[in-house]
Design a protein around this ligand. Structure first.
Ligand SMILES: [Zn+2]
Length: 305
């Protein structure tokens, strides 16, 4: 079933890449990139966070997620990378780097992180323990179109000097998504033999398709958008870090199943900061009928405080 989803995902990515993006690359090169992405050596895109209204990762005829025989992350150590020439511009950065630092600094121990803790794997249960090692800027040019997963893995391996097996390394580029149909994804690989998990995030300033519509006034629109998709990919990395964790028969992971549905206008992290982040799927809440509805009307989403 996962293979079916993977095929769909790659087909969607092909469609997205071939629509022209920001117009800075030829369709020939984007097509060859997408075909490259199908090679068996390319890490898979997992938990693609589709933009609002895009097909994929939504309704499933089989609501419950199942375990796929592998490990989860019991804890994680996060270091963020901001990649692209614009990240050296104060006007471009605005509140985004400081805000993302605050986001990961406060997510550990939060009720939101607790939405992942019913899931287990060969190595135990997911917990809310997160250590944040801060962020760095790589002001070299980032990919100007949707990148291959291996491109982001290579960046992680080049920039993280001390990778750890429970590491999650989100990479934020300064590239807008253009016509690409997703906002973000997560994947996994190895750096010098050390297993690592990583995420990829487009630049989302002024992008209504990836905007949680946070009206709190606490953050810029661009930061609020990055925070919401960061929560999504963080949660999926905890519960399905290397494709052996939890997803449903359509391949949807816990954040996919509740994409673009919010249990509350703001969630409060352990340091008191507040963020508008979508909830996550809970098999337990769905079975008990205590969750809030996802986009398909299934009452299995949690994450309300
Ligand atoms: Zn996802």
């Amino acid at each position: 079933m996962r293979t079916v989803h993977r095929t769909f995902t790659l087909a969607a990515a092909l469609a997205a890449l071939s629509c022209g993006g920001t117009g800075q690359d030829t369709s020939t090169s984007t097509t060859s990139e997408a075909l490259d992405a199908q090679s068996s050596h390319e890490p898979p895109m997992l938990g693609i966070h589709w933009a609002r209204g895009e097909a994929g990762g939504q309704a499933s005829t089989s609501p419950l997620m199942t375990w796929h025989g592998g490990a989860i992350l019991t804890t994680t150590a996060v270091q963020a990378i901001f990649w692209g020439t614009s990240w050296s511009s104060a006007s471009f950065v605005g509140d985004k780097i400081g805000g993302i630092d605050t986001f990961y600094g406060g997510i550990g121990g939060s009720s939101y992180a607790g939405t992942n803790t019913e899931y287990d794997g060969t190595n135990g249960l997911v917990t809310t323990a997160v250590s944040y090692g801060g962020s760095q800027v790589d002001s070299s040019p980032a990919p100007r179109q949707a990148p291959k997963t291996s491109t982001i893995l290579n960046e992680v391996c080049a920039r993280i000097s001390n990778p750890v097996a429970n590491g999650f390394y989100p990479v934020y580029v300064d590239t807008p998504r253009g016509h690409t149909r997703y906002c973000a994804w997560h994947s996994y690989g190895t750096c010098n033999g050390v297993p690592v998990q990583f995420g990829f995030f487009f630049h989302l300033d002024g992008d209504p398709g990836c905007d949680p519509q946070d009206t709190s006034g606490l953050h810029s629109q661009g930061l609020a958008a990055l925070a919401n998709v960061s929560g999504h990919e963080f949660s999926e990395t905890m519960t399905d870090p290397r494709n052996g964790g939890w997803y449903d028969s359509s391949g949807s992971e816990n954040a996919d199943k509740c994409a673009w549905t919010f249990g509350a206008p703001l969630l409060t992290f352990s340091d008191g900061t507040q963020w508008k982040v979508q909830g996550n799927w809970s098999n337990a809440a769905y079975s008990a009928g205590t969750g809030y509805p996802n986009g398909a009307g299934q009452d299995g989403c949690i994450g309300t405080k």
